[in-house]
Design a protein around this ligand. Structure first.
Ligand SMILES: [Zn+2]
Length: 346
């Protein structure tokens, strides 16, 4: 398997009602990503302003006096781990609390409530809060992940991204089999390593993106941040740490650095009017799992003025994504503030 960032162009022509029905030709880029296997179409001619982040409607529906994740109610409403696994019931670190998901979908499935605060804007989710929540997720894998091979730390931030509660929380999942996205990455990494003396697809992918320079954003410790070549949303950022095998082999300093990077990305997204996003950190849980250590953070926008979901039939039923934000523009914007504007609260 070759490391190929494939782009094909598709042209379309029509008489344009917005310019007196003059003939107009537009070009769509179709991209295939060599690490994730995604196919995406870039439509820069449709770029729109997303306005500013406004969570008022969600804060009215999900008030702190009813929230099961607020500190006054968490002890009463949160599930507890079985006593032989975690005699204390919950795992805690700083403000973060980890407990079993009462609606599990994996062998290991836990919730990590990040903060005592009910609501935090993206820019208020400071690296210290994120770092403790990530480190506690790592502890959950260490303590409860015996016999499991593939893990993920996941985040639905706010309702348009699938969150059931405003209160910020991760979902930690670990299983014996990879998820579909993990299986694709793993298979691609293995196919690439074959015949190349075990070369790392993630490392070579990153090296190619650094050379190209157009989508490389910057570093946070061992993590390198990119704007995805074939995005899964309007905005899609990826972090790779090719010299670290898994979250479990990463030290605290590496996890702190990841938190700083996430904080910068979500600060930038808030600046762009993105008030909801999904994050997944993929990690092997055993040596030689073959799964690259990857973080992916994707916007989940309702496009104004109609509140149109950025996910439509194309994504849902054709497994391809559309974006009107060229990844190269997003990379340049974020890179410009990586050490400054977006690093201010780090
Ligand atoms: Zn709450």
């Amino acid at each position: 398997m070759a490391l190929k960032f494939q782009t094909t162009l598709r042209g379309a022509a029509f008489l344009d009602p917005f310019s007196g029905f003059q003939p107009r030709r537009v070009t769509v880029e179709v991209r295939r990503d060599p690490l994730f296997g995604d196919t995406s179409r870039i439509l820069p001619f449709r770029r729109r302003d997303l306005g500013s982040v406004d969570h008022t409607v969600f804060l009215k529906r999900d008030r702190p006096d009813k929230c099961p994740f607020c500190p006054e109610r968490l002890e009463r409403y949160a599930a507890r781990f079985l006593p032989d696994l975690v005699p204390e019931g919950h795992l805690t670190l700083g403000q973060a609390v980890c407990f079993p998901n009462a609606f599990p979908y994996e062998a290991l499935n836990a919730v990590v409530v990040m903060s005592r605060a009910h609501y935090l804007r993206p820019s208020q989710l400071i690296p210290d809060v994120l770092a403790d929540a990530l480190w506690l997720s790592r502890r959950a894998f260490r303590r409860l992940g015996r016999g499991l091979r593939y893990g993920s730390v996941n985040w639905n931030y706010m309702m348009p991204a699938g969150a059931g509660l405003v209160h910020p929380h991760f979902q930690v999942a670990g299983g014996r089999a990879p998820t579909r996205a993990q299986a694709v990455m793993r298979a691609r990494a293995r196919a690439y390593a074959r015949g190349r003396d075990g070369a790392s697809l993630a490392a070579d992918y990153l090296a190619a993106e650094k050379r190209a320079g157009q989508r490389y954003v910057g570093r946070s410790g061992p993590w390198h941040w990119l704007s995805a070549f074939a995005p899964r949303g309007l905005f899609d950022f990826i972090a790779l740490a090719p010299n670290t095998e898994s979250l479990l082999s990463m030290r605290r300093a590496g996890v702190d650095a990841l938190a700083r990077g996430i904080s910068r990305v979500i600060n930038y997204l808030e600046d762009q009017g993105v008030g909801a996003f999904n994050l997944a950190l993929h990690t092997g849980l055993v040596k030689g799992s073959g799964l690259p250590l990857v973080v992916r953070l994707v916007s989940r926008v309702d496009i104004p003025p109609m509140g149109v979901d950025e996910i439509n039939y194309f994504h849902r039923l054709h497994d391809e994504c559309l974006t009107f934000v060229p990844p190269e523009e997003a990379a340049a914007d974020l890179a410009a503030g990586w050490e400054g504007k977006y690093a201010d609260n780090t």
